[in-house]
Design a protein around this ligand. Structure first.
Ligand code: PGA
Length: 251
């Protein structure tokens, strides 16, 4: 069995509703038959609804960049899992390094968001990855597997299968400095081994582990060609329709 690739575009804090619809309209003719790959775009909350309407009838799915663990209540500024589903949003990114570094999110919080997302039926993408200092100190395994264990704690095998992991070395995000395919594969294999130890071989074999960090049309094929890399989480290059489509089509 080969795992179906998943390529997701993380628009971050870019593109309001009108601009977002514009990008979707550029993407639609470029991504007409993606049966071999799940394609997801993750606009900011404000743009989700309009982007979702523009995507209707296409094979591109909609994702959010975060979600709160509670469905409703006194949580100023937050959005709950079922709210996302009501506007056709099926995916959600959790624990992105920008959330962790700039907004104080922890593995425990990511785990709560993950449980709530799975309970609601969202398809989560859980991000993990080391900083440059941690890599230079020889702590990649310790950091990445620690984040993985704590973020995915308590999942059943079925829940794990529904979860995508994104390995994103922090030093490669938005820097133009991507991990080499060998560097990335080394960590992906480590992640797969840990998933096997935690959830068993069948589940680990089905789980998709994306790479993220300066993925571009010219390096995507080589990265995605690695045994344990099942697609990518794309930041900057997802804001340009042709670049994103070229990454989706990378073979
Ligand atoms: P980048 O971002 O592709 O711009 O490096 C990746 C990400 O943050 O998910």
């Amino acid at each position: 069995m080969t795992r179906k690739r998943v390529v997701a575009g993380n628009w971050k804090l870019n593109l309001g509703p009108e601009e977002g619809i514009g990008l979707v309209q550029e993407l639609l003719p470029l991504l007409t038959d993606e049966a071999k790959c799940d394609v997801v775009i993750c606009p900011p909350y404000l743009t989700l609804s309009d982007a979702g309407k523009a995507l209707q009838g296409s094979q591109i799915e909609l994702g959010a960049q975060n979600v709160h663990w509670a469905e409703s209540g006194a949580f100023t500024g937050e959005v709950g899992p079922s709210m996302l589903l009501t506007i056709g949003c099926r995916w959600v990114i959790l624990g992105h390094s920008e959330r962790r570094q700039l907004f104080g999110e922890t593995d425990e919080g990511v785990n709560q968001r993950l449980s709530a997302s799975l309970a609601a039926g969202l398809k989560p993408i859980v991000c993990i990855g080391e900083t440059l200092e941690e890599r230079d100190a020889g702590r990649v395994e310790d950091v990445v597997l620690g984040q993985l264990d704590r973020s995915l704690a308590g999942l059943t095998s079925q829940q794990a299968t529904a979860t995508t992991v994104a390995y994103e070395p922090v030093w490669a995000i938005g820097t133009g400095r991507t991990a080499t395919p060998e560097q990335a594969e080394e960590v992906h294999a480590m992640i797969r081994n840990r998933l096997t130890a935690t959830f068993g071989e069948d589940t680990a074999h089905q789980m998709r582990v994306q790479y993220g960090g300066s993925v571009k049309p010219d390096n995507a094929a080589e990265l995605f060609g690695q045994e344990n890399i099942d697609g990518g989480l794309i930041g900057g290059a997802s804001l340009d329709a042709e670049s994103f489509a070229a990454i989706v089509h990378a073979r």
